[in-house]
Design a protein around this ligand. Structure first.
Ligand code: SF4
Ligand code: SF4
Ligand code: SF4
Length: 325
């Protein structure tokens, strides 16, 4: 059922919402589940992309290299539900001579006993020596927003809020109208060309119902993608930022973890090592349906005013007829 046809609590379209599943009508629901993606330990192996495609039987997306980087899937789309961004940035010249190094604690990479170290202050950067580039790698995904505009505008009920607080699209109900696509403030949901039906990450709803971990998180060898209860993940993410700051990686920051932000916080949030725009993320997203309530109030007021004018002109006819001659 469309959210617009349901009873809306004051927080349903905008603001902090601590019980997203309860607001959607799930009683006695399990804890809200989500992703914390720590990009500081991503090695760009793309195991998450492959695992997602295999488990969810997502068709190939062309695999065209852009010619600009090693990224061959380019962006999230109807057939790319996890996308590993390879961001190449030119190092400032001051970083070129033998930089200090910082251990980011990357689990499981490198021979036992040997720390993986990265340039101090340039965090995840890989100093190439001759190219002067650093790479930032980040596995992007649907944010499973607290206030999900895609869901709010869907007229068919194809998009729904699960008992885990995630947002899922049902391919057998979607009619391909495309309303959800411009509604998403992150540009995540996308229509597939042959028939226009919309697809995106389901946070492996079928696996969650069986108590399993989503395929991408299960496959990630560095624990860059962490799955769990959102409240617990937020605590873990804040601790990780503190740890990195203590190591001098002062560029580390969280993205999407704040429940008071423009979408009420994301169910899938990130630790970034640069500004969101560098990763292709909007710096300050706001749910696009925020003003729907006010708009409907204005429409209602306009309708009442029009009805009043109509009634007045109707009632005024005999009066005008008597005195208007
Ligand atoms: S990121 Fe976009 S597609 Fe995902 S839940 Fe939010 S609005 Fe919907
Ligand atoms: S394209 Fe499908 S999922 Fe998107 S709004 Fe239309 S019916 Fe809903
Ligand atoms: S998030 Fe994990 S699985 Fe995905 S590219 Fe990074 S390290 Fe590999």
């Amino acid at each position: 059922m469309s959210r617009l046809s349901e009873f809306l609590s004051p927080e349903s379209l905008w603001g902090r919402l601590d019980d997203v599943s309860g607001d959607a009508g799930h009683e006695d629901h399990p804890p809200r589940m989500g992703f914390f993606t720590d990009t500081s330990v991503c090695i760009g192996c793309k195991a998450c992309e492959v695992a997602c495609k295999e488990w969810n039987e997502v068709p190939d997306d062309g695999y065209q290299l852009t010619g600009m980087s090693y990224d061959n899937t380019q962006q999230l789309g109807a057939s790319t539900w996890r996308h590993v961004a390879f961001v190449e940035k030119t190092l400032p010249s001051r970083a070129k001579p033998a930089p200090e190094v910082t251990d980011l604690g990357m689990p499981g990479s490198g021979p036992p006993g040997r720390e993986v170290t990265l340039p101090h202050g340039e965090d995840q950067a890989t100093e190439s020596g001759d190219s002067g580039l650093r790479w930032l790698m980040s596995s992007d995904v649907c944010k499973h927003c607290t206030h999900a505009a895609c869901l709010d505008v869907c007229p068919t009920g194809s998009l729904f809020r699960t008992e885990f607080g995630t947002v899922v699209v049902q391919e057998d109900i979607c009619n391909g109208c495309g309303y959800c696509v411009p509604a998403c403030p992150y540009g995540v949901i996308d229509q597939r060309k042959p028939d226009g039906r919309a697809f995106k990450c389901t946070l492996c709803y079928d696996r969650l119902k069986e108590g399993q971990t989503p395929a991408c998180a299960q496959a990630c060898p560095t624990e860059s993608i962490q799955y769990g209860e959102v409240d617990e993940l937020r605590v873990r993410a804040a601790a990780r930022v503190e740890e990195l700051h203590a190591k001098g990686v002062d560029v580390a920051r969280l993205y999407g973890a704040d429940p008071d932000d423009g979408v009420g916080g994301d169910g899938a949030f990130f630790l970034l090592l640069d500004e969101p725009e560098v990763y292709g993320l909007p710096p300050d997203p706001i749910v696009t349906t925020r003003d729907l309530g006010a708009m409907w109030r204005h429409v209602g007021a306009a309708a009442v005013a029009l009805a009043g004018v109509g009634a007045a002109s109707f009632l005024g006819r005999p009066f005008a007829g008597r005195w208007g001659r």
